[in-house]
Design a protein around this ligand. Sequence first.
Ligand code: MG
Ligand code: MG
Length: 272
Amino acid sequence: MIIVKTKEEIELMRESALVVSKTLGLIAKEVKPGVTTLQLDKMAEEFIREQGAIPGFLGLYDFPNTLCMSPNSQVVHGIPNKEPLIEGDIISIDCGAIKNGFYGDHAYTFAIGKIAPETEKLLQVTKESLYVGIREFKLNNRVGDVGYAIQQYCESYGYGVVRELVGHGLGRKMHEDPEMPNYGKRGRGKKFIEGMVVAIEPMINMGTHRIKQHKDGWTITTQDNKPSAHFEHDVALVNGKPELLSTFAYVYDALGIESDEEAEFRQHELIL
Ligand code: MG
Ligand code: MG
């Protein structure tokens, strides 16, 4: 059952989304060669608590940390550890937080120093596919329209779209209805309705879409060990259109990137 949110609840969810957006912005400044994912995890936990929020992943389904840290061929759900990041790596960082009882859920794949051009392309296309998907999240469209758009876009570059892991409705629970696959058929699945909030999150592999699960019970990697990328936004359906609640503005500020990619998904100005 889809739980629609009132205007007031959507404003609260915007606050939750800003907590995770700011957290990824903080991490963006620190994610470089030599730093360990465990160090970044501690920074994120402190920062989330300072903002009057609670880490959303810590303890959720017994996950042991604040951030999911998935380098290179890891798709999602990697556990922070004491291994330093090295030049040429990529790392997908997924952050959850609860504020005022609502979850924010947000992910970005970072390059560590200079990366291979083909990996750079994977990151670029995966992020573009996120917006391709968000554009389809509008009144009277259906779940399959978002998935179809993301899948077509990524497969046109020869990439693999992960099947086993999907986006989701978001609210007082991290995972609400509906599931939001990154693949699908036009016109299929649940219809979108005013006031719903979802996390759209393409998980895209450079090679095969197939994945494998590690013995730790968490980490998911690509079956062919080629790199994987993951970008995630929280989006509300407001006035029939997608309205971004999360923002990469803090990440871009930290990395010195100019971008207006989010502008078309804002019905009022972003106040940072
Ligand atoms: Mg997430
Ligand atoms: Mg999510």
